[in-house]
Design a protein around this ligand. Structure first.
Ligand code: G3H
Ligand code: ZN
Length: 279
């Protein structure tokens, strides 16, 4: 069934685990995430980024409608989240597109501008019954180059959450977006200090670059939502490449998409077991 992101995150927290949120680009990704969650027997968050919306020609509704239909039909709880929104026009479409939560990303702005933009985004979201995530301390890798050096400062984060009223905070603790090797080194001590300083859930972005044991440790130190994208694309595209290479005359896209979807679902099920299992 379709549930809210707030419910999935709170439910995971109650079990001493974290919610896993997977980025989807195509219908096959959506199907793979739901299939993987069913295999793991775990609630899941399906998220669509502003970048993915741009890929679909700026249209958010078709993919969002597919996510919603898949969530409603799912045997496990599925929540829908709109990810990394910088465009206020897209933010304002969150509710009508069927998402229960949105990440508003003003992290490229200077601190005071980030606070002002995020505060008004949070006010808008709360007026529409939505859960709003924001980012402080820019997490690297969004523009291609990896810059994992930035860190979120606990005291600044405390003022930021108080000034903006956000429901969750994406923190820079050593991860970086779009890594294809799982070699990031996280600062668990900083995660614990952020958890102690804040009363909102902490979100780890760029989790594809984090090894299983390091993900477990990050959750144990206070990460409540784990965002995963790239590692699904590594599995998906790897499968497509293999199937196509094996038969040059193949034309039916279902031949390679079925394998891509299956392998992506396996990765989803595995990672759900890592971050969202009972402990
Ligand atoms: O918001 C999305 C996540 O931060 C995904 O990052 O593609 O590096 O796993 P990733
Ligand atoms: Zn992210």
């Amino acid at each position: 069934p379709l549930v809210t992101t707030a419910e999935v995150v709170a439910g995971a927290r109650d079990r001493g685990a974290a919610a896993a949120a997977f980025n989807v680009i195509t219908l096959e990704h959506v199907e793979a995430v739901v299939l993987g969650a069913r295999t793991a027997g775990s609630p899941v968050v399906v998220q669509v980024s502003e970048n993915a919306v741009r890929y679909h020609g700026g249209a958010v509704l078709p993919l969002a409608a597919a996510c919603r239909a898949a969530a409603e039909a799912a045997e496990v709880p599925v929540a829908l989240h709109l990810d990394h929104v910088e465009d206020v026009h897209l933010l304002h479409r969150t509710a009508e597109a069927g998402f229960s939560s949105v990440m508003f990303d003003a992290s490229k702005l200077a601190y005071d501008d980030n606070v002002a933009a995020t505060r008004s985004a949070a006010q808008w979201a709360h007026g529409h019954g939505l859960w709003l995530e924001a980012e402080l301390g820019e997490i690297g890798g969004k523009d291609g180059a990896h810059a994992p050096g930035v860190r979120t400062k606990p005291e600044e984060a405390q003022s930021y959450v108080a000034a903006t009223g956000v429901d969750a905070l994406a923190v820079a603790v050593g991860s970086s977006h779009a890594m294809t090797s799982r070699t990031a080194s996280l600062d668990d001590g900083l995660i614990a200090r952020l958890r102690d300083a804040l009363d909102v859930p902490l979100v780890l972005h760029g989790s594809s670059g984090v090894a299983d044991d390091d993900l477990r440790s990050a959750v144990a130190h206070g990460i409540a939502k784990v965002n995963i994208g790239t590692i699904l694309n590594v599995a998906f595209t790897g499968a497509v490449r293999e199937v196509l290479a094996a038969d040059e005359r193949l034309t039916d896209p279902r031949t390679y998409l079925v394998e891509a979807r299956r392998r992506t679902a396996d990765v989803v099920a595995h990672l759900l077991g890592v971050v969202s299992g009972e402990r």
